[in-house]
Structure formats: structure tokens, C-alpha cells
Design a protein around this ligand. Structure first.
Ligand code: SAM
Length: 275
């Protein structure tokens, strides 16, 4: 797809307006493969026609599908293993210690795609901390601006390929049941994680003070101004002493003095300083 003739500029504009994601011009080729399924669902003979249809009608449902198709939803269970090892060995034990009087723990995966990150934390809590948090009020929230991703996360349904990414056979057998095509997470773990649609470029709804926020691999697609705005909002949700985990290449910008940088082996986390 050529950037000039295809309406790629139009797609870039609506994706930026709706989600803050910046699509680089050299990603025009992605539009064709990502929008083909949308064209098929809307009975359009080509991607060019689906774009023309959207330009003409601004149909909200079509716009949503086009925008969601253009975002990168790449994720996997226990993505970046070292981060999960550090959650298990350092961050969760520190939080359990901090929160032992209140016996309450709030965890938010705030661009969770199809849910694997949030469910991976649920698995860790079951495997290593079930005695420690017995009787605690534990909430894991997963959110994303993509309705389709949240639907998949709520259903807990994953394809064979998704199941081979980051999930051991032992965990697969413990938490999933096979379906006609793919696998579904068991009811018990699904019930342990709440999901909601939430767009980080809009003012946040009221959320409880968070002990741990994961904001990984979403800011990389945004402008520096948008990153700063989102980081400020997310910072407000974290309790003093709570932790923020960013993706490996992401930084805190001007919020550096509000957090202590905690380095465990090759992974980085940030602990919010007391006010
Ligand atoms: C690459 S995935 C990362 C998923 C997961 N955090 C991980 O690291 O495996 C990025 C996710 O960010 C979501 N996203 C992009 N812009 C967003 C926004 N403005 N608000 C909320 N989620 C957003 C996308 O829909 C996508 O599912």
C-alpha cells in the first residue's frame, strides 16, 4: 500500500486521535495486512475501499475496528521472563510486607492487550504466594483501549500459537482446558482478574490506589508529549511505596524524581517515593 494513494494519512490521523499511537510512514505496508480482515468483515473488496467507506461515513463501529486493527497487540504469557522472576523474588514479597496490616493488594496491567500479562501475575500469586495472601483482598485489573483485546482477555481463550509463547506445559495443564480450537483458562483464574476497556489518553476513571502498575510496551508507540501525560496520570494512581514497571526501553521522563529506580539483574522497576 503506498502512503500517498491509500488514505494511510487518514488512518494515521484517526489512530493518533483515538489512541495517541503514532504510525510511522514506513509502516504503511502494515495497513494492508492488518486491515484486510476488517475489509472482509465489512464486505469490502479491498483495503482501499474500507478506508474510502470510513472516510465517507465515519461509522463509529468501523472506525473502532480500523483503529484497533492498526495497533500493535503483541504480548505473551510471562513476557520478559526476568521481569516476572523479579516480581516473584523481590517486588511481590516487598509489597506483601508493606501491606500486611491492611491485607489488601491492588495490581493494574494498564495496556494488557489480550490478558496474558495480567493472567501471568495471577498464576504467580497462586504458585508462590497463595498462603501469604490467603484471606487478603487481592484485585488484579487488566485494561486496554482495544475492545477486541478485552473481549479475548475476559473469555480467556487462546490459540495453539499463543499457548506456546511463554507458557510451560505444566502451567498449561494446570490452568487451561482444551477447546475444539485452542484453549480456555479455567474459571477460577479468570475470576481472579477483572478486565475493562480503558483508554490511557483520556482522563482516568476513579481507581483504587495501586500497589503495582505494569505499563509495558505501549508507550513506545506514542509521542513524547503523550508519554509524559500518561505517565503523570498513571503516577497519580500509585500508592507511595508502590511499584511501576515499564517496558525495557521506556523511561519516566520528568517523573524521575518521583520514583526510586530499582534494578534487579537486567530488569528495571520504579518505586514511588513517599510524598
Ligand atoms: C504491544 S501491546 C503490550 C501488551 C503487554 N503490556 C505486554 O507488554 O505484553 C500494547 C497494547 O497497548 C494498547 N494501547 C495502545 N494505546 C493505548 C491507549 N491509548 N490506552 C490503552 N491501551 C492502549 C494496545 O491496544 C495494545 O494492546
Amino acid at each position: 500500500m503506498s502512503a500517498e494513494s491509500s488514505g494511510f494519512d487518514f488512518i494515521c490521523r484517526i489512530v493518533a486521535e483515538r489512541t495517541g499511537n503514532v504510525l510511522e510512514a514506513d509502516k504503511a505496508y502494515l495497513a494492508k495486512s492488518r486491515l484486510l480482515p476488517v475489509a472482509q468483515r465489512w464486505s469490502c473488496p479491498s483495503v482501499k475501499e474500507v478506508i474510502a467507506k470510513l472516510q465517507a461515513s465515519r461509522d463509529p463501529q468501523l472506525e473502532r475496528e480500523v483503529v484497533e486493527a492498526m495497533l500493535t497487540h503483541e504480548t505473551s504469557f510471562f513476557r520478559d521472563e526476568q521481569y516476572f522472576a523479579n516480581l516473584s523474588q523481590h517486588i511481590l514479597p516487598a509489597l506483601l510486607h508493606q501491606r500486611q496490616a491492611e491485607r489488601c493488594l491492588r495490581i493494574w496491567c494498564c495496556a494488557c492487550a489480550s490478558g496474558q500479562e495480567a493472567y501471568s501475575i495471577g498464576m504467580l500469586l497462586r504458585e508462590s504466594f497463595s498462603d501469604a495472601v490467603s484471606g487478603w483482598d487481592v484485585e488484579i485489573l487488566g485494561s486496554d483501549c482495544s475492545y477486541q483485546s478485552i473481549l479475548q482477555a475476559v473469555a480467556g481463550e487462546y490459540s495453539e500459537v499463543e499457548m506456546t509463547r511463554g507458557l510451560s506445559a505444566r502451567r498449561r495443564d494446570r490452568y487451561f482446558q482444551r477447546q475444539r480450537s485452542g484453549w480456555q483458562l479455567n474459571d477460577s483464574l479468570r475470576a481472579a482478574v477483572q478486565f475493562r476497556e480503558l483508554n490511557l489518553i483520556k482522563p482516568l476513571p476513579t481507581l483504587p490506589p495501586m500497589d503495582l502498575v505494569l505499563l509495558r510496551n505501549a508507550l513506545i508507540y506514542m509521542s513524547d508529549d503523550t508519554k509524559r501525560t500518561i505517565l503523570r496520570r498513571v503516577h497519580q494512581t500509585i500508592r507511595p511505596g508502590g511499584f511501576l514497571i515499564l517496558g525495557a526501553t521506556e523511561t519516566l521522563f520528568d517523573l524521575k524524581d518521583r520514583f526510586d529506580r530499582i534494578s534487579f539483574d537486567s530488569s528495571l522497576s520504579y518505586q514511588k517515593r513517599p510524598l
